[in-house]
Write a protein that binds this ligand. Structure first.
Ligand code: EPU
Length: 446
């Protein structure tokens, strides 16, 4: 087991290159299952989830070679339709192989998906969509697998009751080789979905966004080889922006996609954080003045993303006044709060008065455990101090790592494999900006 030992405080200054988007890379790898021809994907981040997905592809009969940040995926002589429990249960997006396997081989057996511990995270919306396309899918709790079969997937009119990012992508991946036309209503608009569509079009798929939250897919009989570069990770950009300002530092981010960060930049400007466009793909984030409290409510695209609320809450511990973070997408994304409180943060939970929570929230209201809350109040500014912390999910992990960098004294962070799931060489990049972080294996210090 590894942990981080962090010596704070540090002011982060310098330049950083944003890596490829995790939430595109994983789906791009799944897309390679739609053809036997070679797929070359560039700008793939070196993160744990990508390595797990490469393992999944290997089990399904693909050969994937990662050289630098380029993955070349070729076909093996044979294939299987089963994702082993051991790898699949650790990677939520492994369930997305359902579409390609059903449309190409008529069969898929996948474990109940794992991933970040940020709520129940069911895949009922994905399953309902695939059933509408002719798949029969059953879940057996005695083996923990979904068993799916389809003689032939056919086009369908599918309306998602609520937004689902990977649900939209799962149905896209299923509909491309299905017979006929599929129309997705209330489809997700996240830019990562569009980047995946772009790759699929390069492979020969017929997909169009035909209206607000509507996608039409005309099934084709086969796809072909493609070479594609995935977009930079906008969640990583937000992480480094917060790192700069919370540490009273100054970081220029390269491979910036600030055009997709509108809601974040608006809140940042209101709070008094500095940012400046250097050129089309570089943005400087810097401490400009004492921060003031600003409330945020997470929303689907183009709103303030749920992935940004944890770093935002950290930033607000440094702002004067009381701010509110209201989480509406997931029912349990405040696992970092108790940890920040150990460092001296002043945060309390509450539940905003929402008239129709069943409709208002993006998660299924019935999945919500009774003892969770959807909002927090942060009172700042606070001088954070050292602590021993544990990480429960990816964005919480990056946030707690930043907290220990700006806090005073020596902190110990456990559960860092969660951070490795989504951030490439995170401690090396933060150390290059002035942080003091050691990655230590438990055995080495006993
Ligand atoms: N939901 C259901 N049933 C479904 C699908 C979703 O109840 O069948 C619920 C979820 O539990 C959640 C809400 O609906 O409460 C929204 O879920 P969505 O499907 O939109 O999220 P996701 O596809 O599971 C992706 C990203 C997340 C990101 C969200 C929101 C990937 C691999 N994951 O999750 O990224 O926060 O969309 O944009 O693309 C991360 O990178 O750390 C991460 C969690």
């Amino acid at each position: 087991m590894e942990k981080f030992i962090v010596d704070g405080p540090a002011k982060l200054i310098g330049h950083v290159m944003i890596a490829g988007a995790k939430n595109v890379a994983l789906k791009a790898l799944v897309a390679s299952l739609l053809t036997d021809e070679d797929i070359i994907i560039k700008n793939v981040p070196h993160i744990r989830d990508v390595h797990l997905m490469l393992e999944v592809l290997g089990h399904l009969g693909k050969h994937a070679a990662l050289t630098g940040s380029t993955v070349t995926i070729t076909k093996n002589s044979s294939h299987t339709c089963t994702v082993p429990l051991e790898v699949g249960a650790r990677l939520r997006t492994s369930s997305m192989v359902l579409g390609p396997l059903l449309s190409r081989y008529g069969k898929a057996i996948i474990p109940n998906p794992g991933g970040c511990r940020i709520g129940a995270r069911p895949i009922d919306r994905h399953i309902d969509g695939l059933k509408a396309m002719g798949a029969s899918i059953s879940y057996t709790s005695d083996d923990g697998y979904f068993h799916a079969e389809a003689k032939e997937l056919h086009g369908a009119e599918i309306t998602f009751e609520k937004n689902t990012h990977t649900g939209t992508e799962t149905i896209l991946l299923a509909a491309i080789l299905a017979k006929g036309t599929t129309t997705l209503h209330n489809a997700a608009e996240e830019v990562e979905v569009d980047n995946l569509i772009d790759l699929l079009q390069h492979m020969g798929a017929h997909i169009k966004r035909t209206g607000k939250r509507e996608i039409v897919i005309e099934g084709v009989s086969s796809l072909h080889s493609a070479e594609f570069e995935i977009m930079p990770d906008r969640n990583e950009e937000v992480t480094f922006a917060v790192a700069a300002i919370a540490s009273t530092g100054d970081i220029t981010v390269h491979n910036s996609r600030r055009q997709y960060l509108g809601a974040f930049l608006e809140a940042l400007t209101k709070a008094g954080g500095g940012y400046e466009a250097i050129d089309a793909e570089s943005t400087r984030y810097f401490y400009k003045e004492a921060l003031t409290a600003v409330d945020v409510t997470t929303e689907i695209y183009p709103g303030f993303m749920t992935d940004w609320q944890a770093p935002w809450a950290l930033l607000m511990t440094q702002a004067k006044g009381e701010s509110v973070v209201h989480e509406t997408v997931f029912e349990n994304r405040f696992t970092y709060v108790e940890e920040l409180k150990k460092m001296g943060a002043r945060i309390t939970y509450f539940d905003p008065d929402i008239k129709n929570p069943e409709e208002f929230y993006n998660f299924n209201w019935n999945d919500r455990p009774v003892d969770t809350h959807q909002a927090i109040r942060i009172t700042g500014p606070t001088n954070l101090h050292n602590a021993v912390l544990s990480i429960n999910d990816l964005r919480a992990g990056a946030t707690l790592l930043l907290a220990t960098i700006i806090g005073s004294g020596k902190s110990y962070l456990y559960g860092i494999e969660q951070v490795d799931r989504g951030y490439e060489h995170i401690e090396k990049r933060l150390c290059a900006l002035g942080a003091h972080i050691d990655r230590v294996t438990e055995d080495a210090i006993s």
